[in-house]
Design a protein around this ligand. Structure first.
Ligand code: C2E
Ligand code: CA
Ligand code: CA
Ligand code: CA
Length: 279
């Protein structure tokens, strides 16, 4: 038994070393990803189901490695975050997304909104606020066409100067959305005092509509809370007509999900917007 324990131990160590080596390789590849133009954005439409029109897009980053593998954000954002590289990624995403959105607006001549995910670690930093106002000037994107999505967890982290950041963005006219709403902590009191413009209903609740009455209750509460607080609403992860109809009947008309579109390239987004215009 003792010797087999030793084997298990040795196996474990080499597994761990392997894992660390792997991570190091990934990290070095990721370092050069920005310079080598390996990051790319996809845009997922947000649809107003009452009019059927696209009102905006969420920018979602992907890493297209030189060997052809497409790496999804869940697989590299945490790695980047723990190594201080997220700042550069977030900045790149913000810039590309603002440029793309301004191109769409110039072509279709109506307001289109772009939502950009900002990681919690970046949000409170003064540099982000500088970046945002610089980019709005540079790209000439109207401030009220830009929404920054932050997770609920961030808003209750007392260590970050979140209130100041939110207020400053708000003063510039930039909108702030709480992403994955309902999955964070139960204290909702911060909503009362923070200038939040939009609430995104998390996919996990949407998924369980018609499966669990608890999810339905939670969605109903989120919607009425958001309305009371004058926040706009976006439902994410809408995959079925049933889910869409249920949400719309409760007054959540702006929806995002595979029922409407998968995340798409900038050009596909342009084509989609243009096809709406002639109709
Ligand atoms: P998120 O912000 O909650 O983004 C929504 C995710 O749900 C996206 O996954 C999207 O492709 C996926 N999705 C959209 N509609 C549906 C649907 O109908 N069904 C299902 N099953 N999934 C749907 P993705 O693109 O893999 O992104 C994962 C997460 O990575 C995002 O979650 C976000 O937290 C993070 N992320 C993505 N892009 C960025 C970025 O540019 N910066 C930062 N900091 N984080 C990002
Ligand atoms: Ca998001
Ligand atoms: Ca989300
Ligand atoms: Ca999510």
């Amino acid at each position: 038994a003792k010797s087999s324990g030793g084997n298990v131990y040795r196996y474990y160590v080499s597994g761990l070393q392997h894992h660390m080596a792997e991570e190091l390789v990934q990290l070095n590849l990721l370092r050069s990803a920005i310079e080598n133009n390996e990051l790319t954005l996809r845009y997922q439409p947000q649809v107003d189901v009452l009019t059927g029109r696209v009102v905006g897009f969420e920018a979602l980053v992907r890493w297209l490695r030189c060997d052809g593998t497409l790496v999804m954000p869940d697989q590299f954002i945490p790695l980047a975050e723990s190594n201080g590289m997220l700042k550069a990624i977030d900045r790149w995403v913000l810039e590309q997304a603002c440029i793309a959105c301004q191109r769409w607006i110039e072509r279709v001549r109506r307001p289109i909104r772009i939502s950009v995910n900002i990681s919690a670690a970046e949000f409170g930093r003064p540099q982000l606020l500088k970046d945002v106002s610089e980019l709005l000037q540079l790209t000439e994107l109207p401030a009220n066409c830009l929404t920054l999505e932050v997770t609920e967890r961030l808003l209750i982290d007392k260590h970050l100067p979140v209130r100041e950041a939110l207020q400053s963005l708000h003063n510039q006219g930039v909108l702030v959305a709480i992403d994955d709403f309902g999955t964070g902590y139960s204290s909702l009191s911060y909503l009362q005092s923070l200038p939040v413009d939009e609430v995104k209903i998390d996919r996990s609740f949407v998924k369980n509509i018609y499966r669990s009455s608890r999810s339905e209750h939670i969605i109903k509460s989120i919607i009425s809370l958001a309305k009371d607080l004058d926040c706009s609403l976006v439902a994410e992860g809408v995959e079925t007509e049933q889910q869409s109809g249920f949400l719309a009947s409760l007054g959540c008309g702006v929806q995002q999900g595979y029922l409407f579109n998968r995340p798409m390239s900038e050009e596909q987004a342009m084509a989609l917007l243009c096809s709406e215009r002639v109709r």
